[in-house]
Design a protein around this ligand. Structure first.
Ligand SMILES: CC(C)(COP(=O)(O)OP(=O)(O)OC[C@H]1O[C@@H](n2cnc3c(N)ncnc32)[C@H](O)[C@@H]1OP(=O)(O)O)[C@@H](O)C(=O)NCCC(=O)NCCS
Length: 223
């Protein structure tokens, strides 16, 4: 039997340059290769990806011109760092149309869902009917985004978090690992929901909330 990796490699999606070289970048780069991208290297202040030693350097510094040249040659980019602010900055700097959406082949994405440019869908994640995943957003390993949810630009749904139906997560917000947001609730822009929390009421923008039920405890940390 042919492995999914071999099948994906037979129909390459193109060359991908990953911005970032930390743990999340390694995870996304491996998803990208399984999906059929050829990861040609990374651009980061330091570090390397498991499949390539090539690092162009800091996207905010000297590497910017080389990244522009790669884009001009048809290479696609993916911003793979945990900071929503940095992902948003890089997506703005290197431009609409330059970023690839990375979907791990072990995920399940509804044909009626919408995935914006630069989003990533991790291994075993589920994105259900009519969900909308914004630009640069992360639906991480085994997270569940149920029907009719909206995940804002550069928001992060951490591993094993569950958004029940019709949830709205604002731009740059983070839903912590294993957290649950019950149906129809809204999490405001830039807010952080702690790991394991259960969100039962709407949360405003710019707060941190944790616990069961989730309660706001502090302003959200600088992203
Ligand atoms: C909620 C969170 C953002 C708070 O971070 P923080 O402000 O640095 O909090 P601290 O570690 O200083 O802890 C402050 C207090 O909150 C408690 N706390 C921290 N996280 C908690 C959580 N998820 N649930 C319940 N209580 C929590 C701590 O025990 C501590 O309590 P204490 O004052 O009684 O000792 C963080 O703990 C968290 O859960 N982040 C999500 C991480 C995640 O899922 N990342 C995904 C990576 S892929």
């Amino acid at each position: 039997m042919t492995s999914p990796i071999t099948e994906a490699s037979a129909t390459p999606l193109g060359d991908l340059l990953v911005l970032g070289a930390g743990g999340h970048a390694a995870v996304v780069a491996e998803s990208a290769e399984r999906a059929g991208w050829r990861v040609i290297g990374c651009a980061a202040g330091s570090g390397a990806l498991p499949m390539t030693a090539s690092n162009l350097g800091d996207p905010d510094g000297a590497a910017a011109a080389e990244i522009d040249a790669a884009v001009a040659r048809g290479v696609r980019l993916h911003a793979a760092v945990g900071s929503a602010e940095v992902r948003a900055r890089w997506m703005q700097r290197f431009g609409a149309g330059s970023f690839a959406t990375v979907v791990d082949p072990s995920s399940s994405v509804s044909p009626s869902a919408t995935l914006a440019e630069g989003a990533s869908i991790g291994a075993g994640a589920v994105v259900q009917a009519r969900a909308v995943i914004g630009p640069g957003a992360i639906v991480n390993t085994r997270a569940v985004v149920e029907h009719d949810c909206t995940v804002g630009a550069c928001a992060h749904i951490a591993p094993a978090a569950v958004l029940c139906g019709s949830v709205t997560v604002g731009a740059w917000a983070q839903i912590g690992a294993g957290a649950v947001v019950i149906p129809g609730r809204r999490v405001g822009e830039r807010s952080v929901v702690g790991a394991g929390a259960v969100v039962v009421r709407d949360l405003p923008a710019d707060i941190t909330a944790m616990g069961v039920p989730a309660r706001a405890t502090a302003p959200s940390p600088t992203r």
